[in-house]
Design a protein around this ligand. Structure first.
Ligand code: FAD
Length: 619
């Protein structure tokens, strides 16, 4: 390992991932910790990294409290309804009460916001969304982080957390490697904020072969946000709550602006409103939840999936009417140009002009994330003023490991944060991390050279596996003693797809399938010791796969534990097809023992802190 130079850094706050939450954390850490040393480490380059890399057309979470448009309580009710009753209301409320201030800063920093010419307010796309010219969104927030951090490290993938040798439940930093130089990096830190995004490519994607990489969620989001804390023994929540998106077919172009602003609607191949057809059927599965307004995202997916299975496809978005209006036509195209250029290219290649042809929609492969219409992620402490005792252990957004914080997709239980809410949650986590340091909670952390050297050996092993094993290959790429990251990825995706409820089984699974899936995932873990990497890029692919694999184990354990179908349209437990509020109106929480690799599961209560109707402050 001598050939890989080791760099040592010491800091107060280490931010892992410089996406929306990571830039928010880096910025806010400087505000509260003027003299602290703050480092942000990013796998790509923070100017164009994360889910917002290509830009966005709307900020999906803005209350508009200054104009009394919405209050944080309203947002909690909205997220609770969309997630079929199960959210951490303390976290959602805390994010919502701060999110407007974040958006106002984006405005000050030069993000072009669309304004309503009549009212002068931000142009609403929907109740929660405001419209932006957001191609430059990510470089703008990256600028704020760059000005705040002592150092930003780009192109370093963090692979493991360092743990305090004086207190096995306290974090001591993180390690990783530079994907361009191959150098090894040790970051000793008093606190770590994990903000490494969600997970795509753990389930087999619809686009395979030469189309591989075309996914809805960012293809480079590989579940490090979950794998890092899971491997260290942090508790996770709602990991079964994977998300499936209804999007334009093949390009995964967004539909939000089409529904909300262009007022387009969907129909089946016969021009029928198919959602109505599945009302009674859905009511039998989930009861009164189907009568909620707005209809929960998963239930709309459910009607789509059922209709396609019943032979009513393809499902189309009716664009032909709206696109007759030149203004709406422009908005429809611009919507892609600022965020998903690929969709416009797909339509061009398939000769689809939405003015004359209603484009097809699809339901995506499942993704794991904590900031969209889903809330998988780490089990964290809430804020001291509103969290009940089970949800509070001292520092806002701190995981069950001391000094380890999370934000954005990393944090579970709090859905519908989106870009602005993730940035906001990064700010909240950073403020709490500064307090943790000020309270002297990070004294006497011991991280020995031995711990760092051990990780170094582990990290570079795939290079060694390749160097030794390649000599046994006489032709092609199949080796008797190692396998490549792409081979391992396809094996993982097949297991998750067929056993844990992916696209090829129409999102259906059951207890027996899940147990078999767990067995196969365990064997995959054994084989991952033999993964080979021919260069530093493949070394990154190897570690991305390892992080995806451990995230997948956690998702499967959670899916097995929850014996009901809470979110039809996201996935189905064929052996428990009904929503079961009597036994499962609760949050699921897991912990993987770092020594044995075994998971334990428990139920945690859901507290409805916010009342149903009246706009009162939570108590
Ligand atoms: C297709 C799509 C469309 C969306 N549309 C909208 C929209 O219109 N409006 C809206 O408000 N929100 C939208 N969102 C949601 C928004 O993008 C996310 O909520 C937000 O980006 C989540 O922030 P995050 O920081 O958790 O993750 P990200 O912003 O994805 O950042 C994670 C960062 O961590 C880095 N990273 C990952 N692993 C490692 C590692 N091991 N070491 C170092 N760095 C690592 C990544 O490179 C990345 O930069 C959309 C998301 C997607 C995918």
């Amino acid at each position: 390992m001598a050939k890989h130079k080791t760099h040592h850094e010491e800091c107060d706050i280490l931010v892992v991932g410089g996406g929306m939450a990571g830039t928010g954390a880096t910025f806010e850490a400087r505000h509260w910790g003027r003299d602290l040393k703050i480092i942000c480490v990013e796998k790509a380059n923070i100017d164009r990294s994360g889910a917002v890399a290509q830009g966005l057309y709307a900020i999906n979470c803005y209350m508009g409290m200054q104009w009394n448009e919405n209050q944080p309580e309203d947002h909690v009710r909205y997220a609770r309804n969309d997630l079929m009753g199960l959210v951490r209301e303390d976290l959602g409320y805390d994010m919502a009460r701060h999110v407007d201030s974040t958006v106002h800063m984006f405005d000050e920093w030069g993000l072009p916001m669309m304004k309503n010419p009549k009212t002068g307010r931000y142009q609403r796309e929907g109740k929660w969304q405001i419209m932006i010219h957001g191609e430059s969104y990510k470089p703008i927030v990256a600028e704020a982080a760059k000005k705040s951090a002592d150092k930003i490290y780009n192109r370093i993938m963090i692979t493991h957390l360092l743990m305090d040798e004086n207190n096995e439940n306290r974090v001591g930093g993180a390690v990783g490697f530079n994907m361009r130089t191959g150098d090894y990096y040790v970051f000793r830190a008093k606190t770590v904020i994990v903000a490494a995004g969600g997970a795509s490519h753990i389930f087999k994607p619809r686009a395979v072969g030469e189309g591989m990489g075309r996914t809805w969620y960012a293809p480079w989001s590989n579940g490090s946000a979950y794998a890092l804390p899971i491997a260290a023994g942090a508790k996770m929540t709602q990991m079964e709550n994977r998300i499936v998106l209804c999007r334009f077919k093949d390009g995964y172009g967004p539909v939000g602006a089409y529904f909300l602003h262009l007022k387009t609607y969907t129909q089946n191949a016969n021009g029928e409103n198919y959602e109505k057809k599945w009302y009674e059927h859905t009511k039998k599965l989930v009861g009164e939840y189907i009568d909620h307004h707005p209809t929960p995202t998963c239930l709309r997916n459910h009607a789509f999936v059922q209709e396609v299975m019943a032979g009513g496809g393809p499902i189309q978005m009716v664009t032909k009417e709206a696109f007759q209006d030149p203004h709406l036509e422009t908005v429809g195209w611009e919507n892609f140009l600022g965020m998903t250029v690929g969709q416009a290219v797909v339509w061009a290649s398939q000769n689809i002009d939405p003015k004359y042809t209603n484009p097809e929609l699809t339901t995506s492969e499942p993704y794991v994330m904590g900031s969209h219409a889903t809330c998988s992620g780490a089990w964290v402490s809430g804020p001291e003023d509103i969290s009940p005792p089970e949800y509070f252990w001292g520092y806002n957004r701190m995981m069950t490991i001391q000094g380890l914080f999370g934000a954005g997709d990393t944090v579970g239980g709090s859905a519908h944060k989106f870009s602005s809410g993730s940035f906001t949650e990064g700010r909240l986590a950073a403020k709490a991390a500064v307090k943790y340091i000020e309270d002297q909670k990070s004294k006497d952390i011991k991280v020995s050279e031995e711990q760092c050297e051990n990780f170094k050996n582990i990290i570079y092993k795939p290079l060694e596996n390749y160097t030794v094993g390649r000599n046994e290959i006489t032709g092609g790429t199949v080796s008797p003693s190692y396998f490549s990251p792409i081979q391992g990825l396809q094996r993982l995706q097949k297991i998750m797809d067929e056993y844990v409820g992916g696209i090829s089984v129409n999102y259906m699974t059951n207890g027996n399938l899940l147990k078999k899936g767990l067995e196969l995932l365990e064997w995959l873990q054994e084989d991952l010791e033999h993964i080979g990497a021919e260069d530093y890029h493949q070394l990154m692919r190897a570690w991305e796969l390892k992080h995806r694999a451990i995230t997948s184990q956690c998702v499967t354990e959670h899916t097995l534990f929850r014996e009901e179908t809470r979110w039809p349209g996201y996935y189905y437990r064929g052996d428990h097809m009904n929503l079961d509020d009597k036994n499962w109106h609760c949050l699921t929480v897991s912990r993987r023992d770092p020594k044995t690799g075994k998971f334990t599961m428990e139920k945690m209560p859901v507290y409805h802190i916010i009342g149903d109707k009246e706009k009162k402050k939570a108590s």
